[in-house]
Design a binder for this molecule. Sequence first.
Ligand code: GDP
Length: 444
Amino acid sequence: MFDSLSDRLSGVFDRLRGRGALQEDDVRAAMREVRIALLEADVALPVVRRFVDSVTEQAVGQSVLRSVTPGQQVVKIVNDALVEMLGAEAADLDLNAAPPVVIMMVGLQGSGKTTSTAKIGKLLKEKRGKKVMMASLDVNRPAAQEQLKVLGEQAGVATLPIVPGQSPVEIATRALHSAKLQAVDVLLLDTAGRLHVDAALMDEMKAVAAVSAPKETLLVVDALTGQDAVNVAQSFSGEVDLTGVVLTRMDGDARGGAALSMRAVTGKPIKFAATGEKLDAIEPFHPERVAGRILGMGDIVSIVEKAAATIQAEDAEKLAARMAKGQFDMNDLRTQLRQMQNMGGLGVLAGMMPGMKKAKQAMAQSGMDDKVLLHMDAIIGSMTPKERERPELLNAKRKIRVAKGSGTQVQDVNKLIKMHMEMAKAMKQIRKMGGLKGLGALFG
Ligand code: GDP
């Protein structure tokens, strides 16, 4: 997700960071490029304007321009503004109410509403230990209730038995009753979709809300529809009290306009991002992580969370301690590469890791795709211990030796060195931003 935006912005910021001193004009020129990148990503115009104005104002300040690392500072300002635009704090589901807590799912037909209902049901059951029940109130589409039942079976989540001929309000009432009897914690109501926002749909939603008093009303919208998704959210929020948005098809969304404008335009937080057809392809939406991904700094926190689940506590502690000091040499990179192999390889991690995406593309072009990790490991293996600790020692002659030793080309060695540099840089940035505060705890 966000690939094209991310590529453009990282180009702008690489150029900014590459210079020692910055003039006001440099910043303004960079901000013009940022503006174009955001518009091309289909972000709503007023949102772009506000964003660029606010960032420019902060970034041309003397404290930034006169600082030791002006480029870095500008990137941090952009990062913070992006996080703000995406909704600052991660918005969690509010399940604080007497059970059964009702979550009403609303949205247009084909937005991925039924799939998302099952995904959230599965997540609440498996990750939060909730007893969950789902009920489809869609009596328009004959197969809709059946579809939720099948998804429920796949997800291991109970669904309300189907009784033909009932109205949505009758089904909702029966679902509540049944959920109470069975001591269900969370009841998910999948309402009917329509092709367009229309009065009948809204009336039905309101009637269901009136009998079920939902604690959460989540609107499901398709990220691929860009600004239309934002418009749909506007229409819905004028009618019902939306508590959050589920953005689907983020897996195919290279532009990111819906994700970036949603909060700023509608005031509604994105609570989940759905990233595929499988029932576990959903994740809570974390603005600060998404901003990191967009700015090409990689989603270090997600990687670390994944890593923490697979690596030895002792290694993890060492790595965390080194990262906290901003240290990251070739040995650390090698440890990470090996962890990546354990975690399911490149497919899972590409795009999350700074520089990894480009390295993967480049290597794929030379036909090395599946073996990239092994090749990288071999390249590091051919370095001397000193070179691993201080990669800057790798001059042209040494690179030739390393390439020969690992059965690769000098350009592969260069790519690895570049990737290492980008990752080391990202670690430092994250550290500067205080982003490691949470990391220590993760490793604990
Ligand atoms: P509904 O009409 O809104 O209930 O939509 P469905 O839940 O039936 O989904 C429509 C289609 O979109 C199905 O084929 C889903 O598998 C697919 N789908 C749903 N969410 C996602 C997603 O996040 N990514 C992708 N790639 N496909 C999705």
